[in-house]
Design a protein around this ligand. Structure first.
Ligand SMILES: Nc1ncnc2c1ncn2[C@@H]1O[C@H](COP(=O)(O)OP(=O)(O)OP(=O)(O)O)[C@@H](O)[C@H]1O
Ligand SMILES: [Mg+2]
Length: 366
C-alpha cells in the first residue's frame, strides 16, 4: 500500500541528502517513485497526479546517480577566505603578514625588538582588485575578530549620532580583543574636512580622538581601511600613528590573472584550458572582472543544458567569448585617479598609484 505521508517524508529526506550523500538520496527517490506508481494504481481518481510525482522523483534520482563529483561541488561554499584564496598580491600579503598578522600572533617577540603594534593601515587602489577580500582574509589569517563597517553606515543625519556610533564601535572592539576593525569605503567617513559639510567633520574628529586615545591596553585592536578614492581621505587621518601605512593594491599582473582565473574555476567542470592565453587576453582586467568572465563563461553551457538536458564542459571558446563581452572600468578609473591626485598635488603620497596610472596610459597609447 502507498502511504502518501511516508512518501513525502522519503522525498524530504532525499532532498536533504542530495549534497552530502547523493547515492542514498537517489535510492530514496527511487523508492518514493516505486511507492507512487503503486499509489497511482490504488487511487485511480488521482492516478495522473501520482504518476507525475513518481516521474519527477525517478528522474531526480537518476540525475543524482549520474552526476560526476566535479559538477556537484559547484554549489559548495569554499569556506573561509584566507590568503590562498587570493590570487597574486604577493608583496602586499608579505607586508600585511609582517605588519599585522605576526604582531598579532607573536606580541612578545615584537615587544622584545621594541616594535610597537597598532596604528592603522589604509589600502587604496582601483575597484574590484581585492581590497575588501584581503581585509577579510587578514582577519582569518590572524585569528582575530573582524568588524567590518561600511563607513557610510556610521554616519548619521542627526547631530551627535555619528560620534556616538564611532565611540560604540571602538567600545565593542575593546571588549572583543583581538579585533580588526575594517572601515570599508573609507572615503565616505574620512572624507577631506575642507570638502565636507560642517556636521560631517565630526566623524573625522571623533575617529582621530579614538585613534589617539588608543593606548597600550588596546594593542590587540588593529584598524584597516580601504578606499578607491584615496585623494579624498582627510590628510590628518593619513598621518603617522593613525592610518600612517598606506598600501597600494594594484590590478593583477599576468601571473596573478592566471591564478585568479584558476581560483574561480577550481570547482567547475572545464575542459583543459590554456590559462597562459587567457591571462594574456585579459590584460587590464580587475579581479572582479575576471570573476565576472568566469561566471559568464559558465552560464553558456549551463543554459544550453537547461534547454537540451545534456551536460558539457566549459570550453576555451566559452571563456574567449566571455572575455570579449566584458569591459573593464580600470582604465577609466586610472585616468580619473591621476587627474585627482595631480590636482591636489598628492603625487608623492600616492606614488605607486601614479606609476601604475602612467603605465596604463602608455599601454593605452600602444
Ligand atoms: N586577487 C584576487 N583574487 C581572487 N579574487 C579576486 C581578487 N581580486 C578581486 N577578486 C574577486 O573580485 C571580487 C571583488 O573584490 P573586492 O571586493 O575585494 O574588491 P575591492 O578592491 O574591495 O573593490 P572596491 O574598491 O570596489 O570595494 C572579490 O569578491 C573576488 O571574487
Ligand atoms: Mg571593497
Amino acid at each position: 500500500m502507498c502511504n502518501k505521508e511516508e512518501v513525502m517524508t522519503m522525498i524530504e529526506l532525499a532532498k536533504k541528502l542530495e549534497f552530502s550523500q547523493p547515492k542514498e538520496a537517489a535510492r530514496q527517490y527511487f523508492l518514493a517513485a516505486e511507492a507512487l506508481v503503486q499509489g497511482a494504481k490504488e487511487n485511480p481518481k488521482e492516478e495522473q497526479k501520482y504518476l507525475e510525482l513518481a516521474q519527477r522523483s525517478f528522474l531526480r534520482g537518476r540525475e543524482l546517480k549520474a552526476k560526476p563529483a566535479e559538477i556537484r561541488k559547484v554549489t559548495k561554499s569554499n569556506g573561509k577566505t584566507n590568503f590562498d584564496s587570493i590570487g597574486g598580491l604577493e608583496d602586499l600579503k608579505q607586508e600585511i603578514r609582517m605588519k599585522i598578522i605576526e604582531p598579532f600572533k607573536r606580541p612578545d617577540l615584537f615587544r622584545f625588538y621594541g616594535k610597537q603594534a597598532g596604528g592603522g593601515i589604509l589600502m587604496y587602489g582601483p575597484p574590484g582588485c581585492g581590497k575588501s577580500l584581503i581585509a577579510k582574509a587578514t582577519a582569518n589569517e590572524a585569528g582575530a575578530n573582524f568588524i567590518q563597517v561600511k563607513s557610510s553606515d556610521l554616519k548619521s543625519k542627526f547631530v551627535g549620532e555619528t560620534e556616538k556610533n564611532i565611540a560604540e564601535l571602538f567600545e565593542s572592539a575593546r571588549e572583543k580583543q583581538p579585533t580588526i576593525i575594517f572601515f570599508d569605503e573609507f572615503e565616505a567617513l574620512g572624507g577631506d574636512r575642507t570638502d565636507a559639510p560642517a556636521h560631517d567633520k565630526s566623524a573625522v574628529a571623533q575617529l582621530l580622538t579614538e585613534m589617539d586615545g588608543m593606548d597600550t591596553k588596546d594593542q590587540q585592536i588593529l584598524l584597516l581601511a580601504a578606499t578607491n578614492e584615496p585623494w579624498s581621505v582627510d590628510p590628518a587621518l593619513r598621518r603617522e600613528g593613525r592610518f600612517g601605512v598606506n598600501l597600494f593594491v594594484p590590478p593583477p599582473d599576468e601571473e596573478a590573472r592566471r591564478e585568479i582565473l584558476q581560483l574561480h574555476l577550481a570547482n567547475r567542470p572545464t575542459e583543459e584550458l590554456d590559462y597562459d592565453e587567457l591571462a594574456d587576453i585579459t590584460e587590464g582586467f580587475s579581479g572582479a572582472d575576471l570573476k565576472a568572465v568566469c561566471e559568464m563563461a559558465t552560464d553558456i553551457p549551463l543554459k544550453e543544458s537547461l534547454n537540451t538536458g545534456k551536460k558539457r564542459l566549459i570550453t576555451q571558446d566559452d571563456m574567449n567569448s566571455a572575455v570579449k563581452n566584458t569591459k573593464s572600468v580600470l582604465k577609466q578609473w586610472f585616468g580619473k585617479a591621476l587627474e585627482q591626485v595631480k590636482r591636489r598635488k598628492l603625487e608623492e603620497d600616492f606614488s605607486e598609484l601614479v606609476k601604475e596610472a602612467r603605465k596604463e596610459e602608455k599601454a593605452g597609447c600602444n
